[in-house]
Design a protein around this ligand. Structure first.
Ligand SMILES: C[S@@+](CC[C@H](N)C(=O)[O-])C[C@H]1O[C@@H](n2cnc3c(N)ncnc32)[C@H](O)[C@@H]1O
Length: 354
């Protein structure tokens, strides 16, 4: 074999092994989160050495060599950085946080710790193992193949996971809330809005703080909104968006449509169009969701979006869409035009008009 061909083959092998073992990377991150390494480093207040980390984690002291190897991988992946520290006149290596691990601090605002913890739930990991088998089957999703029920049914029957999932959504919203506060113009002029699939109302609470005259209604499944208390301009309604969406000047669908098939999305969007046109004036639908292939997307962002797409395939018969796929849904549901603004990192803001 030519020298060049062999080099290419070894490069090919590296890519193959890299993807094959990426689950080890995920599980290493999971273990760092479960051990509480980011919080320990943050509490330490300066770069922490491995012996200090082992002591603070209160783990078996025999494991310090293993902790070093875990940290070496996570430094390579960009979750921690190293620097030189002086301990008793000796130079040692200290480990510090990066922007990504700072997002895992439990007390930080925003924190993605609940999101990352929920995504490592055994039900999610287990169902993804059924992907290949599912391609031969008739079930709607690999999750159905694994558990004999839909993801939403599983959530409604599993209080512990339902709690984790809702906390995950709230923590993910925390990131967008950084920007949503600056999106006043999107909500200005509206008297009423229905947040369809709005979970525990995290976005509503933020927006209503700066726009107290806006009446915000969260419509979500009964087990999600039960026991939530209304406030003067934030109210919770238990129901099914496929059956009924209350009338309002605008409808918000944040991270909802990506969890449903095209047919289901068109059904919901038609209901939204009725709901915003009922009052005689024509409002808008505001969608916050992933658009694959946006301008200025880098490799990490595209890969994260594609991972989300596969997750939607495994769990819920949903998908992440490119702009032309979104456009097709809007036109089929009877809308005439839309505007996409990419302001939330992975997610975009799409305003859709009748
Ligand atoms: C991915 S979560 C997004 C939650 C929230 N919008 C956010 O961004 O944090 C999708 C939400 O849709 C809700 N949902 C699923 N099926 C629904 C239905 N048929 N009617 C109303 N809500 C539904 C779920 O309960 C869940 O809260």
């Amino acid at each position: 074999m030519q020298k060049m061909d062999v080099e290419e083959l070894f490069q090919a092998q590296a890519l193959l092994y890299n993807y094959t073992y990426s689950f080890i990377g995920s599980m290493s991150l999971k273990s760092a989160v479960h051990l509480g390494i980011p919080d320990v480093i943050s509490k330490h207040g300066q770069p922490i050495t491995i012996p200090e980390l082992v002591l603070a984690l209160e783990i078996n002291p025999n494991k310090s060599g293993y902790v070093y190897r875990l940290m070496r991988l996570l430094v390579h992946a960009g979750f921690f950085v190293t620097s030189k520290v002086i301990k008793e006149d000796k130079e040692e290596v200290g480990y510090d946080l990066t922007p990504s691990s700072r997002l895992l601090l439990k007390e930080n605002v925003p924190t993605l710790s609940p999101f990352v913890r929920a995504m490592f739930h055994p039900a999610l990991v287990h169902s993804s193992e059924f992907l290949a088998e599912w391609f031969h089957k008739n079930e709607v999703t690999p999750f159905n193949t694994a558990f004999g029920m839909s993801y939403w049914e599983y959530l409604s029957q599993n209080q512990e996971f339902n709690g984790l999932f809702n906390e995950a959504m709230i923590s993910d919203s925390g990131m967008m809330n950084l920007v949503i506060k600056n999106c006043k113009s999107v909500f200005e002029g509206l008297n009423s809005l229905v947040d369809v699939g709005g979970g525990k109302g995290a976005v509503g609470r933020i927006v209503c703080e700066s726009l107290p005259n806006l009446h915000w209604t969260v419509l979500d499944l009964p087990h999600v909104v039960e026991n939530l208390l209304d406030s003067p301009n934030l109210k919770f309604v238990g129901g099914d968006m496929f059956q009924f969406i209350p009338s309002a000047d605008a409808i918000l669908l944040k991270l909802v449509l990506h969890a449903f098939s095209d047919e289901e999305c068109i059904k919901v969007l038609k209901k939204c169009r009725e709901a915003i046109s009922n009052k005689g004036k024509e409002g808008k639908v505001i969608i916050i969701d992933i658009v694959i292939g946006e301008k200025n997307e880098n490799h990490v962002l595209t890969e994260a979006k594609l991972f989300f797409d596969m997750l939607m395939m495994v769990l819920v018969n949903g998908k992440e869409r490119e702009e032309k796929e979104w456009e097709k849904l809007f036109l089929e549901a009877g809308f005439s035009h839309y505007k996409i603004t990419s302001i939330f990192g992975m997610r975009s803001l799409i305003e859709v008009y009748p």
